[in-house]
Design a protein around this ligand. Structure first.
Ligand SMILES: [Mg+2]
Length: 262
């Protein structure tokens, strides 16, 4: 469209190169992690690899291997979400992305930042400046009234969890899922909706990155990436669409109609 918690436990310009790299590692999934791990493995012995690989990198790699092995051996994987509460048996589950969908974050100090999140990276405390997308408060409030809302981000929980605490004042998110809940696939962290533990015909994902929902594009409501445009009305414009969707039995028909009309 233009104009389409369970697991809550669950850049000053000059200083730059290091900080940009750290921000990417914190918030933006890349294929660097796996490629680096594989090339390193070719060159070094296993013991050296274990000593020298960054703990986060190693953890992600092992989680991915466990997931692949369990899927290969048909071992049931525990659903990402806890069972639906009896008060909301028929509600649609809406998975909502964080960065560039609801907020934009940067290491560069911003005078108009809505939140400043201290995040420790490799033993050093950094400040992350967070801007809220216009109308995000109205959007989250209404979405929380209509749906079972889940925050699902490929970002690390040490950044995304405190952002969510400050952003979601109305308590829209019933669950929060972070990077470790994603599947690493062809260089991207993919949000595999089939692992949620919900009927897929009642799951919708709202995300600015098509790679995030590459396994289930038919369940997606794409949104334009947001960085700093304070006149942006994307979230406000989506509210009537979701109000209509909340009353529908077949989400696929409506989402398909939106895709073809945009
Ligand atoms: Mg995003």
């Amino acid at each position: 469209m233009r104009k389409m918690r369970s697991m809550k436990t669950n850049k000053t310009k000059g200083s730059s190169v290091m900080k940009k790299t750290q921000l990417i590692s914190l918030m933006s999934p890349t294929k660097v992690m796996l490629e680096s791990c594989i090339s390193t493995q070719k060159k070094k012995s296993r013991s050296k690899l274990l000593k020298q690989t960054h703990p986060q990198m190693l953890r992600s790699f092992l989680e991915m291997m466990i997931l692949i092995m369990s899927q290969h051996n048909n071992v049931p994987v525990k659903p990402l979400l806890s069972e639906v509460t009896s008060d909301d048996p028929g509600k649609i589950c809406v998975v909502i992305d964080l960065d560039e969908t609801l907020v934009h974050s940067s290491f560069k100090p911003l005078n108009n930042a809505d939140f400043i999140i201290p995040v420790e990276i490799e033993g050093i405390l950094h400040q992350v400046y967070v801007l809220k997308r216009p109308h995000v408060d109205e959007f989250l409030k209404r979405m929380g009234e209509l749906f079972e809302c889940v925050l699902f981000t490929a970002s690390l929980s040490k950044y995304a969890d405190p952002v969510s605490d400050l952003l979601d004042k109305c308590g829209a998110f019933q669950s929060r899922l972070f990077r470790e809940a994603c599947v690493f696939h062809k260089g991207n962290y993919v949000k595999d909706l089939s692992r949620l533990g919900r009927d897929l015909s009642k799951v919708i994902i709202i995300d600015n990155s098509p790679a995030s929902y590459i396994f289930h594009p038919e369940n997606a409501v794409p949104v334009v990436s947001w960085f700093d445009d304070m006149s942006d009305t994307e979230l406000l414009d989506l509210i009537p669409f979701f109000e209509r969707l909340s009353k529908e039995d077949n989400i696929y028909d409506i989402l398909k109609m939106e895709r073809t009309s945009s």
